[in-house]
Design a protein around this ligand. Structure first.
Ligand SMILES: Nc1nc2c(ncn2[C@@H]2O[C@H](COP(=O)(O)OP(=O)(O)OP(=O)(O)O)[C@@H](O)[C@H]2O)c(=O)[nH]1
Ligand SMILES: [Mg+2]
Length: 458
């Protein structure tokens, strides 16, 4: 498969200033020569240079576009193969005609993510770096992009390699111990093995714990705004989003369907969901809205409970509070521009220890404090540094979880005085699981699944 030359449109399929058709493979230069007319033949051009010329359909000699063509010869390219990029005018019909000409001149249409897959198969990047490419493309905030970029630069790869190296040398020493068991040579002691494994186990645990932040950075904190009708939920959503996204009226029961919007709080992406006010109702539409609200409440990473501070608590407020006992929740006492009539101690009794804040959405008071509380909950005391790897990928997390089990099983084996042979089995399994992350031990199926998540042309 690596023998053929692949091509695809690498820019988004829409109108654009320029669009790029990319080729990679052994015949990239030969194909470019067939279709490009510039000052010199493409095969004569120096690597990493860019040239003005025209793309010609070789069968009809028709001029398809005036372009800039860049030539990048292996191995210092994205795929480590010869790469040619045709910078054409960015119209979809136009780009498709160029692509078709490239294909009929000997290239094959690239599969999803195939350029990056080649970069991996040709050993330029490891699998964690290839996956970071997708994360970078899909990053929802500045901070998620920064973490994707640092994974792309290889910081996770490096960390995993260090751990694997530690295990490999430990295994080597264990194997010597197994071979020379009968002889009277001073070899590695069980206690020493245990200590070294414990150290590795702590490192793996630390990595697993970062996955919580990783998921948030990638998918956003699912934040559901709940409360009884008319307390100001939709007003709060609009204030957070910064535009009148949801309908606000003084009539209780205004919001029926759930409304979702993405917002960015200092780099943390939040998927905020406004919901129908929770109360007993006989209206069929409202009832369905409430069912959806409860569903969004159950799935939430964070719940913002809005309470109307200008009225005493009602049974509806209390019922909702009862449902939030085990949830990560922030209590927002809204309408603090009006005289307060709510019993704060009563709220504290129902939901002790939850952060509470006074707000007036209409006057814009307290919104910044609310954002700081949200930020504090998810990155409590942790100053995020992009130097340290963060696990953003569920596949990596699962591999690390299995690795953690292997290492614990090895440590238990030592404590139970099992022979080195048994411990070595766990360690080999451990090595295998860590290898999954960087792609040293993955199967073709896993690879195909990973790259099928890419876009075409990447
Ligand atoms: N005085 C005052 N009124 C507010 C404040 N926030 C919202 N309101 C008013 O409260 C009423 C209800 O606001 P909404 O945002 O529609 O309330 P809701 O919780 O989404 O209501 P439902 O969709 O019916 O569940 C509107 O008239 C708002 O203008 C506030 O901070 N102060
Ligand atoms: Mg509403």
């Amino acid at each position: 498969m690596l023998n053929d030359t692949i091509a695809a449109i690498s820019t988004p399929l829409g109108e654009g200033g320029i669009g790029i058709v990319r080729l990679s493979g052994k015949k990239a230069i030969e194909i470019a020569d067939k279709i490009f007319k510039g000052k010199e033949k493409v095969s004569k051009l120096a690597t990493h240079t860019i040239h003005y010329g025209q793309i010609i359909d070789p069968t009809t000699s028709e001029i398809l576009d005036t372009v800039l063509l860049s030539v990048m010869l292996a191995p210092k390219t994205y795929t480590r193969e010869d790469v040619v990029e045709i910078n054409a005018h960015g119209g979809i019909i136009q780009l498709n005609r160029i692509l078709e000409t490239v294909l009929s001149s000997g290239a094959r249409l690239a599969e999803l993510g195939e350029f990056t897959k080649r970069a991996f198969l040709n050993g330029r990047i490891d699998l964690s770096q290839a996956e970071a490419v997708v994360e970078l493309i899909r990053a929802k905030t500045d901070l998620s992009a920064k973490f994707a970029l640092s994974q792309l630069s290889g910081n996770l790869h490096q960390q995993i390699s260090i751990l694997r190296q530690m295990i490999i040398s430990l295994l080597a020493e264990l194997e010597v111990s197994i071979d020379f068991y009968e002889e009277d040579i001073e070899l590695i002691t069980l206690e020493e093995v245990r200590q070294r494994l414990t150290k590795i186990s702590l490192e793996i645990k630390k990595l697993i714990e970062t996955a919580k932040y990783g998921r948030i950075l990638q998918q956003g904190v699912m934040t559901t705004i709940v409360g009884r009708p008319n307390v100001g939920k939709s007003s709060l959503l609009n204030a957070l989003v910064g535009k009148p996204r949801a309908i606000v009226t003084h009539i209780p029961g205004t919001t029926r369907d759930t409304i979702e919007e993405m917002i960015d709080i200092e780099g943390i992406p939040l998927k905020v969901i406004d919901t129908a006010g929770l109360r007993h109702t006989v209206d069929i539409v409202e009832e369905e809205g409430i069912r959806r609200a409860k569903e969004a409440l159950n799935q939430a990473d964070l719940v913002i409970l809005v309470i109307d501070g200008s009225t005493p608590l009602t049974m509806d407020d209390i019922r909702i509070m009862e449902e939030l006992k085990t949830k990560e929740a922030i209590l927002v006492i809204n309408k603090c521009d009006l005289p307060s009539r709510v019993e704060i101690h009563e709220i504290e009794k129902h939901l002790p220890g939850k952060p509470m804040i006074n707000l007036s959405v209409t006057k814009g008071v307290g919104l910044n404090d609310l954002k700081q509380i949200i930020k504090g909950i998810f990155f409590a005391g942790k100053i995020l540094s992009t130097d340290e790897p963060i696990i953003t990928n569920i596949r990596h997390k699962e591999a690390l979880a299995s690795a953690f089990e292997n290492i614990n099983s090895a440590i238990k084996g030592i404590e139970a005085n099992l022979s080195f042979e048994f411990i070595a089995i766990d360690l080999r399994e451990l090595l295998n699981n860590l290898g999954l992350i960087v792609g040293e031990t993955v199967t073709e199926d896993i690879l195909n699944e990973i790259f099928s998540n890419f876009c075409i042309g990447k």
